[in-house]
Design a protein around this ligand. Structure first.
Ligand code: BDR
Ligand code: CA
Length: 316
């Protein structure tokens, strides 16, 4: 089994990702850490506990993390996720409590254990990377417990929060820049599952209607129905869930190594991920502009039908 940790701002599509990670037999979900993003931290925590409960995984530790980005206020997205972040579904909300540790401390402890046992963890950030930046700067030795980071965020092409920037990176650009820099310094491999593939793993309404008969499958169906309604489409992408698919089944994803930077200023481009696709760019010694950016595996294409089937067969 592959040990994984999800860092989430649950979020309808974070919920799709959580159901998959909680139920897939090849994943060992060690912990889930929460950060403010799609909604405020209190709702993120309740939503996360609620989804794990539906998945039958009350054993997984859940921790509260950063409520706000490093440098700017949180800017929620109720138009994408509803006012409670879970589509205002009228689904019973969890009243369970979280792990007593801060997210950064829980991450540190799990990764310390992983480094000791050699069972390295794949970290899957699906949200603004505030917690991860704090972790890697406060406890850089925790990187020894990491196998890789596969994050949802950014884009080589256009954004969604703005024309330039994707929501997770736009919400906390400094955190994303810290994570990329620290990963480069600490030798942690990184994959960017960005908007270039994010919308391509689609569950049709017909497929969604086939889900039911268990709390997990019922919730999965409701999530797709709500996302379809909000996007005014016949079906919906599993969004963040695709990044978890990429960890389970990397052959369904096409990636290419590119140097990656985060735009931290700019009137209209703050939060944009700059993917350097120039021919010579991977040879960083030729970059006259230093400091050297981190080279990241950037997702350029996905087998959407394959990942949709993976999700459906797991959450049902
Ligand atoms: C990302 O932002 C949030 O709306 C989603 O949960 C996803 O992580 C997409 O830009
Ligand atoms: Ca998210």
């Amino acid at each position: 089994m592959r040990p994984v940790i999800l860092d989430v701002d649950t979020g309808l599509d974070d919920a799709c990702a959580l159901l998959l990670a909680a139920r897939h037999p090849e994943l060992d979900l060690k912990a889930v850490t929460c950060v403010g993003g799609n909604v405020g931290l209190d709702d993120v925590v309740i939503n996360t506990l609620t989804v794990l409960e539906a998945a039958g995984r009350t054993d997984v530790p859940v921790a509260r993390g950063a409520a706000v980005p490093l440098l700017q206020p949180v800017r929620a997205a109720p138009h994408v996720h509803g006012t409670d972040g879970l589509g205002d579904l009228d689904w019973p909300r969890s009243t369970r409590t979280t792990d007593g540790r801060h997210a950064v401390e829980l991450l540190r402890d799990v990764l310390r254990e992983a480094a000791a046992t050699g069972e390295l963890v794949t970290l899957i950030p699906l949200a603004p990377m505030t917690n991860i930046a704090l972790l890697l700067r406060t406890y850089p030795e925790a990187a020894a417990g990491l196998h890789e980071i596969v994050f949802m965020g950014g884009a080589a092409g256009i954004g969604n929060a703005t024309a330039s920037a994707e929501f997770n990176i736009w919400t906390d650009p400094e955190a994303a820049a810290v994570v990329l820099t620290a990963a480069g310094e600490l030798g942690v491999p990184v994959t960017m599952y960005g908007l270039d593939v994010f919308y391509d793993v689609v569950i049709t309404m017909e497929q969604a209607r086939g889900l039911g008969g268990s709390p997990s499958a019922d919730l999965a169906r409701r999530l797709i129905e709500k996302r379809s309604e909000l996007y005014k489409s016949d079906g919906a992408s599993i969004g963040d869930g695709g990044a978890v698919c990429a960890v389970i089944d990397p052959d369904g994803l096409t990636t290419q190594p590119f140097p990656l930077r985060v735009e931290l200023s700019g009137s209209w481009s703050r939060g944009r991920t700059i993917v350097d696709t120039r021919d010579w760019a991977a040879d960083l010694s030729s970059d006259p502009h230093g400091p050297s950016p981190t080279v990241v595996q950037v997702a350029t294409a996905v087998d959407g039908a394959r990942y949709a089937e993976l999700w459906l067969s797991t959450v049902k």
